[in-house]
Unconditional design. Sequence first.
Length: 95
Amino acid sequence: MTASWIWAREILRRGTNSMTKEQKILVNRINYYCDKKGYSYYTLAYEASIPFSTLMHIVKGTSKNPGIFNILKICEGLDVSPAEFFDIEDFRNMP
């Protein structure tokens, strides 16, 4: 893990207090797959063909509704199906 990756994670950790539970679950899932693939947020944005700033708004929680198309692009960039991405207990237990 690079120093810039560690720095970005620390900034995001501090900023998650105002996130909704659903946003935190989404960000945790993105982070899980980024860690698994060894991707930085920059790499994910590139692979997903979305602007880096859009991804950062999602992971910082400033985007209240990231949009289904952005989430689908993120799944594509991570090379996982949406079904696989959302197949965790936290998402299944949402109201």
